[in-house]
Design a protein around this ligand. Sequence first.
Ligand SMILES: CC(C)(COP(=O)(O)OP(=O)(O)OC[C@H]1O[C@@H](n2cnc3c(N)ncnc32)[C@H](O)[C@@H]1OP(=O)(O)O)[C@@H](O)C(=O)NCCC(=O)NCCS
Length: 141
Amino acid sequence: MKIIPIEPDHALVELLKRSGLPTSDINQPGSIYFFGCHQSGRLIGSVGIEICDTVAMLRSLATHEDVRKSGFGQALVKHAELNASLMEIEALYLLTTTAADFFSRLGYQHLCRQHAPAAIRETNQFSDLCPSTSSFMRKLL
Ligand SMILES: CC(C)(COP(=O)(O)OP(=O)(O)OC[C@H]1O[C@@H](n2cnc3c(N)ncnc32)[C@H](O)[C@@H]1OP(=O)(O)O)[C@@H](O)C(=O)NCCC(=O)NCCS
């Protein structure tokens, strides 16, 4: 499976929407890098890293329902982690309502929201878009 950089275009919006994830901030100016994988020309997986100083939010992780439980989700997370490491990011943070167990298996640990670094608190994902009941998790790279 080939994972490549992608633009925040209509294909990404469609995948995120059908996966129940926010789309309103994907075109915001700043440092969000998106990666994706395709099957028969169709975007079937995505992940983003939103750089916040020396740490980042892992976000917009989605796989098309037709291909779930085939290893794409895990591969996308690994790809995001590798790219974050290459950018000398020290830790990845995320918010999820549905996939905390998935991320636990990949080494992410639950964290109290009060312990979020200031730069993470300022992201739209943290302050507005993800419900306050979301699990907040971190992995040190
Ligand atoms: C979460 C998501 C990306 C997982 O994608 P996937 O392609 O199914 O992931 P994988 O195939 O790599 O799964 C790896 C393992 O995690 C398990 N898993 C997948 N989704 C899970 C979830 N939501 N909770 C717990 N475990 C999960 C799989 O069963 C698999 O287990 P196995 O290795 O024992 O077979 C996908 O379900 C999705 O797009 N969900 C909707 C959007 C979302 O919740 N995104 C995360 C918040 S940013």
